[in-house]
Ligand binder design. Structure first.
Ligand code: ADP
Length: 469
C-alpha cells in the first residue's frame, strides 16, 4: 500500500467503501422486499379464501336453487345441495382453494400439496407455514360455521415461490446493474482523482526541477482557482520568488562588492608599480603613499560597511531591542554632529519630549548619523540641516531635511540600493552603502522610509516607526 500513488489509494478506498455501501443496500433492499412480498402473498391468500367463503351456499330443497345458472356447480350434501358459485376462485394467482370435509375428504377444488398436508389439522382463520420439498407453503383455513356447515372447511394454499419469481427478477436486475454502476463510479472516481491531483504532480515536478539546479525563474502554473492546491501552488511560487530575489541580491552584492574593491586595489597596484619602476624623490614616494593610504581607507570603509550589512542580515538577533528614549538619542546625535560645521552648514533640531521607542540604540544612532552626514556631504556652502522628531497619532516621525543639491526624481527610488550612487555624488567620496544601511535599519525596526527631493533645492528623508503607546 505504501508504494501506491495517492490516486490509486484514493480510488481503492473509494471502491471499497462503495462496494460496502452497495452490498449493504442490496441486502437491506432485498430483505425488506422479501418481507413485503411475503406479506402480500399472505394477504392475497386470506383475501381469496374469504372471498370464496361467500361463494358457497347450502340448499335443503332443490326448488330453492336457481338451476338455470348453468355455470354454478352443485354437490349433493346432507340430503340437500351445496352450490359453488361460478365466482369461486379455485385457482387464481397460484392461490389454490379447496373445500374439505373435517375428516380431510376433498369435496371440491384443488390443492397442489394435498397429499403432504392431508393430516394437517384445520385451524380457523390462521395462516400456517409448512415446508414441502424445500418450498415454503402458506395455508389458510376457514370453517364455514356462519353458513351452518360446521363440518366443512375451506383451505387456501399458496407457495412462497409465487412471490419469489418477482424477487428473483429484482435480484437479477440488481446483480446486473450494480456491478455496472460500481464500474462506472470507480472509473469516474479514478479519473476525477487524477484530475484533482494533477496540480500536486505539477507542484512536485516544478519543485524537483528547481531543487535539482534548474531554472529558479520557473513557477508552478496550475491556472486560476481558490482551492487548497491553488493556495499551495501560490505559496510555493511566493517562496520561489523570494528565493530568486535573495539569490539575485546575493549575486548582485558579491559582484558589486568585488567591483567596488577592484578599483582601489588596481589603483594601489598601479601606484606601487609606478613607484618601483625607477628611483623616485622622497616627495614622489610620499605622494604615492598618500594615494595608497586613501585607497586603503576606502577599502577599509567598504569592508566595514559590508561586514555591518552581513551582521545585520545574518545575525539580526544579536541586536537587542530595548525600550529607549528616542528624544535623548536624537538630541545627543544632533549635538555631536552639529560640531562638524562642514561647509559652514548649520544644523538645527527640534525634538518632542519623551518620545519612547523599542529598538536598538546603536543601530538607530547609526541610521541618524548616516542621514545627517549625507546632508552635510550633499549640502551647499553655508546651507542648513534641520532634524525633527515628533509623535504623530499612530506613529513616530523622524525627518532630516537639507537645502543641498537634491536628487533627481528618477533616482530617488534607486538611492536605497546597495552601491548605488546618484549623478550628484561625483565630487563626493562615498561607498553607495550608507542609505542602504539606513534602509536595513528601518526595516529591522518595522518602520518605513521615504524621500522628498528636488534638484538644487534640497532633500528631506522621513522615517516613521509604529508608536509603542
Ligand atoms: P554615498 O556613500 O554615495 O553617499 P549613500 O547610500 O549614502 O551612498 O547614498 C546614495 C546616493 O544618494 C548618494 O550617492 C547620493 O547621490 C544620494 N544622496 C544621499 N543623500 C543625499 C542628500 N542628502 N542629498 C542629495 N543626495 C543624496
Amino acid at each position: 500500500m505504501k508504494s501506491f500513488s495517492i490516486r490509486s489509494k484514493i480510488t481503492l478506498w473509494f471502491t471499497m467503501a462503495l462496494l460496502m455501501v452497495v452490498f449493504f443496500t442490496f441486502f437491506i433492499v432485498l430483505s425488506a422486499n422479501r418481507q413485503v412480498i411475503q406479506k402480500n402473498i399472505r394477504d392475497n391468500l386470506i383475501m381469496t379464501v374469504e372471498h370464496n367463503v361467500d361463494e358457497i351456499e347450502f340448499y335443503n330443497n332443490i326448488n330453492n336453487v336457481d338451476l338455470h345458472n348453468e355455470s354454478d356447480y352443485f354437490i349433493r350434501f346432507r340430503g340437500g345441495y351445496l352450490e359453488i358459485d361460478d365466482d369461486f376462485l379455485d385457482q387464481v394467482n397460484e392461490v389454490y382453494t379447496a373445500l374439505y370435509h373435517e375428516d380431510h375428504t376433498l369435496i371440491y377444488g384443488e390443492n397442489p400439496i394435498s397429499r403432504q398436508v392431508s393430516d394437517l389439522e384445520f385451524v380457523d382463520s390462521k395462516v400456517q407455514r409448512i415446508k414441502v420439498h424445500h418450498t415454503l407453503y402458506y395455508i389458510f383455513d376457514r370453517k364455514l360455521t356462519l353458513k351452518g356447515l360446521e363440518e366443512l372447511w375451506l383451505r387456501g394454499v399458496v407457495s412462497e415461490k409465487q412471490g419469489m419469481t418477482q424477487m428473483s427478477d429484482i435480484t437479477r436486475l440488481s446483480l446486473l446493474l450494480l456491478p455496472f454502476m460500481v464500474l462506472v463510479s470507480v472509473t469516474g472516481g479514478y479519473l476525477i482523482a487524477g484530475r484533482m491531483l494533477r496540480p500536486i504532480q505539477k507542484i512536485s515536478e516544478s519543485a524537483s526541477q528547481i531543487s535539482s539546479g534548474g531554472d529558479l525563474k520557473k513557477r508552478i502554473a496550475i491556472g486560476d482557482g481558490k482551492d487548497e492546491l491553488h493556495q499551495l501552488a501560490k505559496s510555493f511560487n511566493a517562496m520561489f520568488q523570494r528565493l530568486e530575489e535573495s539569490f539575485d541580491a546575493e549575486h548582485q552584492f558579491t559582484s558589486d562588492a568585488s567591483h567596488e574593491l577592484r578599483t582601489p586595489v588596481s589603483v594601489i597596484l598601479a601606484q606601487c608599480e609606478l613607484s618601483l619602476e625607477e628611483p623616485r624623490s622622497s616627495e614622489e614616494y610620499e605622494d604615492a603613499l598618500r594615494t595608497i593610504q586613501r585607497q586603503g581607507r576606502k577599502m577599509s570603509k567598504l569592508v566595514n560597511h559590508m561586514l555591518d550589512f552581513t551582521r545585520l542580515e545574518m545575525r539580526a538577533d544579536s541586536y537587542m531591542r530595548q525600550k529607549l528614549d528616542l528624544t535623548e538619542l536624537v538630541r545627543s546625535v544632533c549635538f555631536d554632529m552639529a560640531l562638524i560645521q562642514e561647509k559652514e552648514i548649520v544644523l538645527n533640531y527640534e525634538v518632542q519630549e519623551q518620545v519612547e521607542f523599542v529598538g536598538n540604540y546603536q543601530l538607530l544612532s547609526r541610521m541618524l548619523t548616516n542621514l545627517i552626514s549625507n546632508a552635510y556631504r550633499y549640502g551647499k556652502e553655508q546651507g542648513h540641516i534641520f532634524v525633527s522628531l515628533k509623535h504623530l497619532e499612530q506613529e513616530i516621525e523622524l525627518s532630516v531635511a537639507d537645502d543641498g543639491i537634491g536628487i533627481a526624481t528618477e533616482e530617488q527610488e534607486k538611492i536605497f540600493r546597495r552601491f548605488y550612487q546618484a549623478d550628484n555624488s561625483r565630487s563626493v567620496a562615498g561607498t553607495g552603502l550608507g542609505l542602504s544601511m539606513v534602509y536595513e535599519i528601518v526595516q529591522f525596526h518595522d518602520g518605513t522610509i521615504s524621500v522628498e527631493s528636488e534638484l538644487q533645492n534640497g532633500s528631506t528623508f522621513i522615517v516613521t516607526f509604529k508608536n509603542i503607546n
